[in-house]
Design a protein around this ligand. Sequence first.
Ligand code: FMN
Length: 191
Amino acid sequence: MENEPSAKIAHPFNSKEFRAALGRFATGVTIITAQNQGQTHGMTANAFVSVSLDPPLVLVSLDNRSYMHRIFPGATRFGISVLKEDQEQLSNHFAGRSVDGLHIRFTSREDIPVLEGALAYFVVEVIDIHPAGDHTLYIGQVEYFEARDEKPLLFYAGKYHQLPGREPKTFPHPENEFSLFSIGSFDPPVK
Ligand SMILES: Cc1cc2nc3c(=O)[nH]c(=O)nc-3n(C[C@H](O)[C@H](O)[C@H](O)COP(=O)(O)O)c2cc1C
């Protein structure tokens, strides 16, 4: 017999249960980086979505209370660093839980700061902004991307996880997988 669901009906609406249900969607973890008045700011985000192949578009959803959201009107371009499995402390740091002794190194792609040693980078230009409840959706057109074959940091049910086994060898031409850059005619602007 299957396990009983913890909540069958969201009525009356319970935001704690809603968050717990959303947490059943396993994701990777990214750090969004932008520059504002000469300062680099980073923020942990797992609400990162591939949107379109042609043109190449991605989306991030930022809490309206976040500092990142407040500086975004002044940042027309931003960076997305997809974290590797050993970068959990960076995720905590950029989620506001400072980690003692953590050494943070930024590098630059197309004049945008990204985190050194990440699994993948995207540099995007903001082309659309949609207010959505207590968050705002930022749609970015990809100007540059880069990826390497290592294992990702995963986030599921409020906890970090790691992929079992060896790292998947899929990049740059995953032939048997549905991934953003494996289908369609999109010729990405890799430099
Ligand atoms: C794994 C993880 C994923 C997160 N994803 C998001 C997200 O997608 N959007 C968001 O607004 N906040 C997200 N947060 C929370 C922000 O990282 C956190 O509120 C951060 O302190 C905001 O930083 P800022 O106010 O300095 O910009 C996430 C936190 C964690 C730990």
